[in-house]
Design a protein around this ligand. Sequence first.
Ligand code: SF4
Length: 343
Amino acid sequence: MKKPWTLNKAENLFDLPFFTLLFKAQKIHRKHFDPQQIQISTLLSVKTGACPEDCKYCPQSARYKTGLKTERLLEVQKVIESAKQAKKSGSTRFCMGAAWRNPHERDMLHLETMIKEVKLLGMETCMTLGTLNNQQAQRLANAGLDYYNHNLDTSPEFYSSIITTRTYQDRLDTIDKVRKAGMKVCSGGIIGLGEKVTDRAALLVQLANLPKAPESVPINMLIKIKGTPLENNEDIDPFNFIRTIAVARIMMPTSFVRLSAGREKMNEQMQALCFIAGANSIFYGCKLLTASNPEKDKDQQLFRKLNINPQNTEITLNNWKKIKYQEDAINQIDTEQFYNASS
Ligand code: SF4
């Protein structure tokens, strides 16, 4: 059994001299990953705004006046078109986010169709839809959802200063249901909420000590959005952000650590240091839910300068094509090329 991380041990990592910390993180990173390879995900908001939750950083909460245009659940066709674009740009995972407290039963079929259609493009799928019950988690897993995103955001101690409409335990419970349904977990946090270093350490302890660490750990830098309660928060020192990435890499050696929101505020040198610290996944494309993200070709230029190869995951395509063809075969009437033995 793995030894659980203690807060003290995590804080000691944050206290290491910067170069020592980065060296340690890079050594661990190279043991488990190709340092030149970055996994690319694209995130699409499939239902925007009017969220009943009160996350103080989020423009999608109905409680804050941010001027955000709300949108109902997108048609499946629009989602497929976006996923095709994302794939063309090199994304291997397509993440779909809905601003809900939890999905409604009436939307489940629609969500399942989105998952199946995106899988057929040969992409991994991820959704973030809020709290799930066991049945919903199982339905999403059965539809083929690879990852479910549910961020812990910050430490248990600081959490209630940021969100009051749900508890930390609610988040942990949903993560547990996702695991039990057989999906991979994507869970991380936000740096710059006004938390202390000890809260960052405590967040990473929570994630690393889950029965199984999340396969994907997004580390976001707060995007200060006008109209949200955190719009005037102090900027986070870039070195403190990079330290958090390095500690995440050390504590969760085999997880993909994702450089997520806030990347457009980072210059190329800062992003390169994040990659050295062990980040090996990014969001790509011009929209990150409702905030902007660096333009695709800027990312491509940076990748060229750093000799980075986008990761390729075609295994999913083959498996899913096979399953879909089998399903189609059973439902298909006879054609010249195809004789349906099951009819
Ligand atoms: S972060 Fe998610 S749950 Fe919180 S207000 Fe925004 S959309 Fe709603």
